[in-house]
Design a protein around this ligand. Structure first.
Ligand code: DC
Length: 232
């Protein structure tokens, strides 16, 4: 088996991180959730008062960006958790508030430049599954397997609501749907690395796929690229 780079892009709550995590586990690859990196930067900016609902102090953020260290560690249950300056922030970064802040902060070119640099470094030895918005277009344009995951906003809102409920937060369906639509709009229309399907990415609309169907499809696509056959 040869080691490849798998780039998975798509809309928020499209299920791309579940796909990416499962594939990484089965293939014994590193998994990187780049959304968590933007969320961690946003959390740090909020905590330090560099970001409010209406404004971002870009001067302070740019000045202090190099002090932010983001790492991923696997917990005892085998789940990847995000660490910000050596503190576990997995729970804190998953709120709607931080998701929104991450979406705003990710429009800043200097933030993207730094995080893209770190992501490219993480993938330099291949054997990695990375999910985000610009992985197939900007971070790894040469990735061997590129997927673009979509699902209707309503399906995604229902999934997101379930996730949030499991975490004990109480948001309404209408709130979650509005949040998804707002973030889609920002992710697609921003000037800097907008979300778009790379020309050579395979599009998967999983609105009507069961987890099992999705898993099978993914493994088939991965095997075609990563497993060397007699014909190679
Ligand atoms: O995937 P997520 O919802 O955790 O991402 C949070 C925000 O970060 C999302 O609104 C867009 C941004 N993001 C990005 O711009 N580029 C990436 N590679 C990953 C996420």
């Amino acid at each position: 088996m040869k080691k490849i780079i798998v780039a998975i892009d798509g809309f928020s709550s499209s299920g791309k991180s579940t796909m990416a995590k499962e594939l990484a586990r089965t293939a014994n690859y590193i998994y990187v959730d780049t959304g968590a990196m933007y969320r961690a930067v946003a959390l740090h900016a909020i905590r330090n008062g560099w970001m409010t609902e209406n404004e971002i102090d870009t001067i302070a953020l740019e000045k202090h960006l190099h002090e932010i260290s983001i790492k991923f560690r696997t917990n005892t249950e085998g789940k990847t958790e995000t660490y910000l300056n050596n503190k576990n922030v997995e729970k804190e970064i998953r709120t709607l508030e931080v998701g929104n802040a991450a979406s705003r902060i990710s429009t800043l070119p200097f933030v993207r430049r730094e995080l893209v640099r770190q992501q490219q470094e993480m993938g330099k030895n291949k054997g990695i599954v990375m999910d985000g918005r610009d992985i197939g277009t900007v971070v790894f344009p040469g990735a061997e397997l590129k997927l673009f995951v979509t699902a209707s906003p309503e399906v995604r809102a229902k999934r997101r609501l379930l996730e949030l409920e499991e975490k004990g937060t109480k948001d309404s369906y209408a709130e979650v749907l509005a949040n998804i639509v707002e973030r889609d709009e920002r992710d697609v229309n921003r000037d800097e690395s907008p979300l778009r399907k790379a020309d050579d990415a395979i599009e998967i609309d999983n609105s009507n796929l069961t987890p099992e169907e999705q898993r099978e499809l993914l493994w088939k696509l991965f095997s075609e690229k990563a497993i060397i056959t007699n014909n190679d």
